[in-house]
Design a protein around this ligand. Sequence first.
Ligand SMILES: [Zn+2]
Length: 340
Amino acid sequence: MRFLAVNYHHVDDPDQYEYPGIHPVSPVNFEKQLMILGQHFDFVSQEDILAALQGQKDLPLRSCLITFDDGLKCQYEKALPILDKLKIPALFFVTGIPYDDPPQACLVHKIHYLRARMDPDLYYKKCESLYYKITHKRLLLESLDENKVARQYRYDQGREAKLKYWLNYVLDPKTKHQIINTLFQELVKDEANFCREFYLSREMLKEMAKRSLLGLHSFSHLPLKKLDPKVLNQDLEYNIRGLKKVIGDYHFNAISYPYGNTESVSLREANLAERMDLKFGFTMERSFNTSLRSPLLLARIDTNDAPGGKAPCFLIDKNHKITILPNRHFTEKRMMYYQE
Ligand SMILES: [Zn+2]
């Protein structure tokens, strides 16, 4: 079997932001990609995967799950109507912090928003000067491993990609919070209002829960592998508890780990998810799943990497024959989390 999971973030008008920072897939391209995927794969739902895991039925030979991370409002407004029209199931992974009291935006979204609304030079200079003000150290991006940066951010170039990498993976979380929150507050005066505009509303969440469309994406959207065990536990518990406060009784079966790379998720997080009675989980390992072995660490690719995306990792012909393209970090068999 070949089970392909494809992930989306923003499905929205790409021209609404002044600077690159948020890269939405337009609703038209979203629909086009679904049509392409539908020629080669049978779309499956959360229920199909659960049934396959319980041995009640097999997944189709070539199956595809459409997923969304981050619980963004545009996913409900722009993507769900298209999915419903085409009768394609999907799964939406939601964070908890925007529904906390007071509501807060995830730091990663603050970064995206700042980059989308601020001239890149100005953004860099402001980060540099705040970093100096806080630590009395100079910001040195030259020392970063270019390959690591390129592997993580294929759609950002040069200094912007390095700055993003440095903020997300190198800088200590406390300083990072200080820098980003300072810049975000300069730009966005009312964070609660920002959350209302940016994330799924409570009503939307309730409706999606009724349709069994929800999964977890952690409470605070931090790289889970870096959290100490107690904080990690708490984070996932808050995620479940916080969302249940909004949607009522709901059994969460699935998780997608924030960022999903080997620096953010490991067997430890997968084991914890399993202990919390979650049944399957997604990394961002660029691969097909050819079995449901290790269901808490499934592979998944970004929309850009899939056929019909900006830079597909593989081609697929009318006989469903697959040709993997070189240098796209895609493997036909699982490599990163275990050897398949
Ligand atoms: Zn995310």
